[in-house]
Design a binder for this molecule. Structure first.
Ligand code: GH3
Ligand code: MG
Ligand code: MG
Ligand code: MG
Length: 312
């Protein structure tokens, strides 16, 4: 356990540090509030022992600032125990109000100090476990079970945020609607299980291409989601003219290049996709408009023979 010990008295701090180290804890001493905040921002601690009376910033103020910093991160919380010479009732109330969790006297017996710290670190560990479980659940709620891509729900949330950003800053916005060609026939011929495998392969292929355009800084911030069934959507924020057409072309080529046999996809013999690639030079009005345009273009691509993109 790593402890941040905040105390303006060097002598007091040395005594406390020695006691804590004898319990096997790692201790960092901060001589004043500002130093404590600096350490807090750059290192991570399991527990903070905070003196109250200090020149400049007192312990209550340091605590309030620490809680404000933690407020910017969900689930961040470090237990803070106030250690003071004057354990009056009003000091206790102020300590808790300031965001402290416990309050002990500087003269507290060793075993009591150790027990209090144990209790606090137990709560902190529990909270950490809850936080990681919560993150995992949130991730699962955002992912599609079959392909591991973002699901429709997550995409709807994310796309609205990106659209709003583009609208407010007058940026372009592109959207690709992707649909696997003759996929009903694929299921009919090869079975639903093989259909699932095919969707996984196609989605991984699309995901990889989008990762490449992100990594290569061709269209940073792009992301792909499973829009539903055998349909995928790619959101491309703030890209120069032609970028969306280029990405659509490379996706079509990559999926065709997988070479997954598909006899019912007449004229190709392998699995292919069609794409409606829409771009608004300026994000304006309702996001629905660009979805409608991409849908229309996809419909056109299907009508024009499939394995192609229609671009606007
Ligand atoms: P088009 O080229 O015009 O898009 O023809 P299509 O056959 O792909 O289009 P249609 O919409 O008629 O059929 C889509 C099929 O996708 C029907 C459905 O059974 C299949 N499908 C949707 N989701 C899944 C899935 O999760 N797994 C499997 N195996 N099939 C799916
Ligand atoms: Mg002091
Ligand atoms: Mg479809
Ligand atoms: Mg289809």
């Amino acid at each position: 356990m790593k402890i941040l010990l905040v105390d303006d008295s060097r002598a007091m701090a040395m005594v406390m540090k020695a006691r804590l180290e004898s319990f096997g804890y790692e201790v960092r001493h901060a001589i004043d509030g500002l130093t404590a905040l600096d350490y807090f921002k750059t290192e991570s601690f399991d527990l903070i022992l905070m003196d109250i009376e200090m020149p400049g910033m007192n312990g209550f103020e340091v605590t309030t600032r620490i809680r404000a910093l933690e407020g910017m991160e969900p689930w961040a919380w470090t237990p803070i125990i106030f250690v003071t010479a004057t354990d009056t009732h009003s000091n206790l109330v102020t300590a808790i109000e300031a965001g402290g969790d416990d309050f002990i006297s500087k003269t507290v017996p060793e075993n009591v100090l150790q027990a209090r710290m144990k209790a606090m670190s137990r709560i902190a560990a529990l909270r950490l476990r809850l936080c990681s479980a919560n993150n995992k659940l949130q991730d699962q709620a955002n992912r599609d079970g079959l392909t591991g891509l973002l699901n429709r729900r997550a995409m709807d949330l994310q796309v609205n945020v990106v659209w709003e950003q583009a609208r407010q800053s007058g940026k372009p916005f592109s959207l690709l609607m992707i649909d696997v060609d003759n996929f009903k026939k694929y299921n009919d011929q090869y079975g639903h299980q093989a259909g699932d495998d095919c969707l996984r392969a196609v989605s991984y292929c699309i995901w990889e291409q989008i990762r490449k355009v992100n990594d290569g800084l061709i269209a940073p911030g792009s992301f792909v989601a499973r829009y539903g069934g055998e349909e995928f959507a790619v959101v491309i924020p703030d890209a120069a003219p032609g970028i969306h057409a280029g990405i659509a072309g490379s996706l079509i080529e990559a999926v065709h290049g997988l070479g997954i046999p598909h006899e019912g996809n007449v004229g190709f013999g392998v699995v292919t996709i069609s794409i409606g690639a829409a771009r608004f030079p300026l994000a304006e009005g309702e996001i629905k408009a660009i979805f409608n345009l991409a849908d229309e273009l996809l419909y056109k691509a299907k009508g024009a023979g499939r394995n192609r993109a229609e671009v606007a």
